[in-house]
Design a binder for this molecule. Structure first.
Ligand code: TXA
Ligand code: MG
Length: 321
């Protein structure tokens, strides 16, 4: 199959490709997604096939606005509405009981994950195409794509269309919050932090815990992490090793990712802030493979806030869980 590449202004072309089932790789404010009409079982099945995604891992449904999200879900607690109000459009995914029965999207779970993505052109597409199921547009197990070129490398020749919107501004997947209980539970930490969520719900920042455990949990610890978290994730071919202090690492053929990598490193990658690291991390993991690096040393970042989300991705990239 020939894969066409168009810009975000080619709305008619994008809507047409989706109407034919897609799947279409397209940029969001977090990472590139692989989108198909959520109500179309055959189109959604193609997403799983093209990605090589395990069948038990449900997809996020993207919609144009909060009303569309709450039309697809039910038993919506007040706190979920407050979170939607505070963070949509944006990198927050809410898991709620489904008002639809889309087992091909929900992977036979009773819940549905919904999110309103930020880009204006994408919400224009969503208003015309209806709800779109979209996981990250990588081959299953690898780092998420943050450019159209990453999508082409992973899926070129296997999908009809890639929408090139440049590099994603965020670079890390949305925060996933389970809203099926009395209190919200973070299933996947992300750009909207624990403190952000608490603030939006009117909880004092002083009550925020800095740990990586689901900090909003105060009910029974019965709600499992996202089904997808059991599978390998974010892993390049190179071996990822997390270190306390990368300043002392030297090597001939490795990449070192740290605020200030030491001298004598083949492929040093430095960053100025955790936001900056989040924006570049997946691109660097992919670049290491392209450069033939055998090992990627990454300096650990402090837990808390965005650091919790980054350490979650880094531990998985390193095969630590
Ligand atoms: O930023 C993002 O969230 C990107 C962009 C494209 O929107 N999407 C993304 O999708 O990261 P994916 O499929 O790579 O990750 C979705 C996560 C998985 O861990 C999945 O298990 C979880 O959300 N998830 C989806 N539906 C769920 C549900 N009903 N209950 C619990 N977790 C769910
Ligand atoms: Mg993914």
């Amino acid at each position: 199959m020939r894969t066409r590449i168009v810009g975000v202004d080619a709305i008619d072309t994008i809507v047409d490709a989706l109407a034919e089932g897609g799947p279409v790789a397209l940029p969001t404010e977090t990472v590139y997604g692989l989108a198909a009409p959520a109500a179309d079982p055959e189109a959604v099945r193609r997403i799983f096939e093209v990605k090589g995604r395990p069948a038990d891992n449900p997809l996020i449904v993207h919609v144009a606005d909060a009303r569309a999200a709450f039309d697809l879900t039910r038993e919506i607690p007040g706190y979920a509405r407050r979170l939607a109000e505070a963070f949509w459009p944006g990198p927050l995914t809410l898991v709620l009981p489904g008002a639809v029965d889309w087992p091909w999207v929900q992977a036979d779970h009773p819940t549905l994950a919904v999110r309103v993505p930020a880009p204006e052109w994408l919400r224009t597409v969503l208003r015309r195409s209806g709800p779109l199921a979209a996981p990250s547009a990588n081959r299953s197990g690898g780092p998420s794509p943050t450019t159209a070129e990453h999508c082409r490398q992973d899926l070129g020749g296997r999908i009809p269309l890639i929408v090139d919107g440049g590099a994603c501004p965020g670079g890390m997947e949305s925060t996933v919050v389970d809203c099926t209980g009395e209190h919200p539970v973070i299933l996947r930490p992300g750009p909207i932090t624990d403190a952000d969520l608490r603030r939006a719900m009117g909880v004092q920042a002083a009550e925020t815990t800095p740990s990586g455990v689901p900090p909003l949990e105060s009910g029974p610890p019965s709600r499992a992490p996202s089904p997808g978290t059991r599978h390998p994730h974010y892993r390049p071919r190179a071996r990822v090793i997390l270190v306390e202090d990368a300043g002392t690492v030297t090597c001939d053929d490795c990449m070192v990712i740290a605020p200030s990598p030491g001298a004598g490193v083949a492929h040093p990658r430095s960053y100025r802030s955790l936001e900056d690291l989040g924006r570049h991390l997946y691109a660097w993991l992919r670049e290491a493979d392209a450069l033939g690096a055998r090992t990627i040393y990454v300096q650990r970042v402090p837990e808390g806030g965005l650091g919790t989300a980054l350490m979650n991705r880094l531990r998985k990239a390193a095969g630590e869980g």
